[in-house]
Design a protein around this ligand. Structure first.
Ligand SMILES: Cc1cc2nc3c(=O)[nH]c(=O)nc-3n(C[C@H](O)[C@H](O)[C@H](O)COP(=O)(O)OP(=O)(O)OC[C@H]3O[C@@H](n4cnc5c(N)ncnc54)[C@H](O)[C@@H]3O)c2cc1C
Length: 409
């Protein structure tokens, strides 16, 4: 592991857990639905063992009401059992996790980079690292999204086939927490997943990663690009709530590299922001004018991200027309279930881009996908495999890969 600690970004920043086999990847591609639900329950129990509470705020009746309300406004609300660990509790949960694994004989080689996988006669025989070469019977390749992006030459050399997933591009929306209090507290839904098809382009747009009483933060992408993200603390609450509003973009020919497309958009936003993300009042976006430091200072909604880290500007100049219209149409529709969100004072930060990994082609058995690659003893897992996007998703890919290895023994 290249890092000095275990646990990826989500387990070092916010720790929202979505317990649904079709969120953060689709486990039903790998297992029948009932079995998939059982795996998800087991992951929930594992987190409980390390200190996450047993109860989740999942009230079927209340969520059904929210679902109806969304449907009346032509939106789809997905009911999910969720838990939120919070940035201030994560370290302890991860510490217990690591300790338990070490007690059971797992050895972590931290601050160690895998440089190469040696291939001989149809198998991976050795893993070459910055701290020596290790012989191996099986390898689970799980380098995360960033690690996978940097592994193109390895995939090509090993003859692994891959294709591009769609990308999600959008903005982080920030508004007074009171606007969403009904959903968060009365419907007990911490991170509502709401989907629409936009009226003009029929594009898929969704809410993602809601951070009630949360904070907007900077996320560094590759190539020194800077975007935004959000998090909530378990105890220290802000006056605002934020979520990402994301448009799903798939590409075919002649450009199918969705990562490159996302990078270019993030790059333009950063150029306009003088190397920083942009911040704009929704009213200014609607009127086609940039926001200025004075207008942000006078705005009712105060940004939780310091003005030293973002540049008040014009997201409408940075993003293609189609994405801007998609964002406006979703905000206007969301106003039906979150009244006040489409007000002029709502803040938008961009770029927020969810770069997903390429999907590595894996073997299919008995109608279900496995995570075994075309090389018999090489398995893939986690976000770098292109099959998961999130903590729980990454966890179940590990289980599928491990089951795959066990079935070969
Ligand atoms: C800011 C942020 C907040 C997030 N919040 C949430 C959230 O609240 N809920 C949620 O479900 N998801 C969240 N996510 C997503 C979540 O972090 C990922 O889905 C998850 O970490 C994926 O796990 P993974 O094991 O596949 O990859 P990672 O967690 O990225 O782990 C991959 C590991 O492999 C290492 N590595 C890569 N290449 C090499 C190499 N060559 N040699 C050695 N080691 C290597 C990396 O250093 C890393 O330690 C968030 C992501 C970000 C960026």
């Amino acid at each position: 592991m290249r890092r000095r600690t275990i646990g990826g970004s989500g387990l070092n920043s916010d720790g929202k857990l979505n317990f649904n086999p079709k969120i953060g990847g689709d486990l039903t591609e790998f297992l029948p639905l009932e079995e998939a639900k059982k795996v998800i329950d087991d992951i929930d129990k594992t987190f409980q063992k390390y200190g996450v509470e047993q109860s989740s705020k999942y009230d079927e009746e209340k969520l059904e009401k929210l679902s109806t309300k969304a449907a009346q406004a032509e939106m789809k609300f997905v009911k999910i059992k969720q838990k939120h660990i919070g940035s201030d509790r994560l370290r302890e949960v991860i510490r217990r996790f690591q300790e338990d694994l070490e007690n059971r004989g797992v050895e972590f080689n931290l601050s160690t980079t895998v440089k190469d996988l040696k291939y001989d006669r149809g198998r991976i025989t050795e893993v070459e690292t910055s701290k020596g070469t290790f012989p191996c019977d099986y390898v689970i390749w799980a380098p995360g999204r960033k690690g996978s992006l940097n592994s193109t030459s390895l995939y090509d050399r090993l003859g692994l086939k891959y294709f591009f997933n769609p990308i999600d591009i959008g903005v982080r929306v920030e508004f007074p927490s009171s606007l969403m209090r009904e959903i968060v507290e009365e419907y007990e839904c911490w991170d509502p997943k709401v989907y629409i098809r936009t009226p003009t382009f029929d594009d898929k747009v969704r809410t993602f990663c809601t951070c009630p009483y949360g904070y907007v933060t900077i996320e560094s992408y590759e190539d020194s690009l800077r975007g935004v993200n959000g998090y909530s603390k378990f105890k220290k609450w802000s006056d605002n709530t934020n979520f990402a509003l994301l448009v799903t973009v798939g590409l075919t020919q002649p450009l199918n590299d969705t990562t490159e497309y996302g990078r270019r958009i993030a790059h333009v936003a950063n150029i306009l922001g003088g190397g920083k993300p942009l911040l704009q009042r929704y009213g200014d976006l609607r009127r086609g004018r940039r926001s200025k430091p004075e207008s942000i200072k006078e705005n009712h909604v105060k940004p939780t991200l310091s003005l030293d880290e973002v540049t008040p500007g014009d997201i409408g100049l940075a993003y293609p027309y189609r994405l801007v219209l998609d964002i406006k149409e979703e905000l206007e529709k969301l106003n039906n279930i979150i009244p006040g969100i489409a007000e002029d004072s709502t803040l938008l930060y961009g770029p927020e881009v969810k770069f997903y990994s390429r999907r590595i082609e894996t073997v299919e058995k008995k109608g279900f996908r496995t995570l075994q690659t075309s090389i018999q003893n090489l398995f893939v897992a986690g976000d770098g495999s292109g099959y998961s996007r999130g903590i729980v998703g990454a966890a179940w890919t590990g289980i599928i890969a491990a089951r795959g290895i066990k079935s070969l023994d």
